[in-house]
Design a protein around this ligand. Structure first.
Ligand SMILES: Nc1nc2c(ncn2[C@@H]2O[C@H](COP(=O)(O)OP(=O)(O)OP(=O)(O)O)[C@@H](O)[C@H]2O)c(=O)[nH]1
Length: 345
């Protein structure tokens, strides 16, 4: 990095649903590094659960509205970053976590926009890969390949869940797809932060190797801007329109969200979660179980689910939130079955 470069570095954190992005983010935020991070999270599904799971303070964490950041909410991203820059909150470094379904390339393009490029610089695109669901994710969504191709650093996470032979096979496949990227293996996102954060300093001036691609893309963006009266928002809208309904509807991926102020019955909820259909490959929830003072944190990734006691419920009325993501979901059936797990009397 140029020693005079005072722009705020941005790490773009991407990777398939449930690959371990929030786990890594929390690791980054929790370590003693003396850097004040700002975080922007974007989730797929109408409910934000990550917002409650990220360890930063409210002031540090900005949540983007529902949507896939690569398709529909790039304007929000631009606004969110501009607000962070204006706030003078002392934030020195920004991490943007995209949904697991986002192509990071158009998101990265946002940082090259003239409104931002003098104040922020893309440090690296960090792609988290789920070793346990590597092939399933490749088959399920074309964006998994986009995420691998775009990554400057690839973290092969969850290596604890696969055999050595499988790990080697996956590493070879990744190497064939993106030989230029730095490939690191991790469990629960445990990694030396110097290898992933502010890498152009630590690697001696190597800024995002894929940035050149985005520079080209940004030029294209400017050309469209001129045609639209030089207004980036219009360009973003145009791209959004062009892309809306593209990859998510083609892949028939959707989400069902459920919130309730009633407590769940432990047994009934357990039976429901164990009998989830195979077309649901991601689930996340913070759930109130009758008789428990701590929130139950539920995660489903592929065919593996965990339920652990999280932090105690804050004072006041309790509200459970659950999101299920999959292909060709039977929304009415899922909502009715969830409702049947509640204790309403
Ligand atoms: N066994 C194992 N589990 C992991 C590892 N990393 C993360 N997990 C678990 O995987 C689940 C999903 O992790 P998250 O960090 O929420 O994944 P994410 O990529 O943020 O998920 P989305 O926001 O839905 O895309 C959680 O239950 C984590 O505890 C790992 O290396 N090994």
């Amino acid at each position: 990095m140029d020693v005079m470069d005072t722009r705020m570095p941005v790490t773009l954190l991407t990777g398939a649903l449930g690959s371990g992005k929030t786990t890594l983010l929390n690791r980054i935020l929790s370590e003693q590094h003396g850097i004040k991070f700002g975080v922007i999270v974007n989730e797929f599904g109408e409910l934000s659960i990550d917002h409650h799971l990220v360890v930063g303070t409210d002031e540090q964490v900005v949540e983007l509205a529902n949507g896939c950041v690569c398709c529909t909410v790039r304007e929000d991203l631009l606004d969110a970053i501009s607000r962070i820059l204006k706030k003078q909150s002392g934030i020195e470094y920004l991490v943007v976590e995209t949904t697991g379904l986002a192509d990071p390339r158009p998101v990265a393009q946002t940082f090259l926009h003239e409104e931002l490029c003098e104040e922020v610089r893309l440090d690296a695109i960090l792609t988290v890969l789920d070793a346990a669901n590597f092939h399933e994710n490749l088959i399920r969504s074309g964006t998994t390949i986009d995420q691998i191709l775009a990554g400057d650093i690839l973290l092969l996470n969850k290596v604890d869940l696969v055999s050595d032979a499988m790990r080697h096979e996956i590493k070879e496949e990744i190497g064939d797809l993106n030989p230029a990227a730095r490939l690191l293996e991790t469990v629960n996102g445990e990694v030396d932060l110097r290898l992933i954060i502010d890498v152009d300093v630590h690697r001696g001036g190597v800024e995002s190797e894929n940035a050149a691609d985005f520079a080209g893309a940004a030029d294209l963006g400017s050309a469209s801007d001129d045609a639209l009266g030089g207004d980036f928002v219009s360009f973003a809208k145009l791209s959004a329109t062009a892309k809306t309904g593209s990859h998510l509807s083609r892949e028939e991926i959707s989400s069902v969200s459920f919130t309730t102020k009633y407590a769940f019955d432990y047994e009934r909820l357990g039976e429901f979660l164990e009998s989830l259909p195979k077309n649901i490959f991601r689930g996340k929830g913070l759930i109130w179980i009758e008789g428990y003072d701590a929130q139950l944190l539920f995660h489903l990734v592929g065919d593996r689910s965990t339920a652990t006691l999280h932090t105690p419920w804050p004072e006041g009325p309790r509200e459970s939130k659950l999101v299920l993501i999959g292909q060709q979901l039977d929304r009415e059936d899922l909502l009715a079955r969830l409702d049947a797990c509640l204790l309403k009397n």
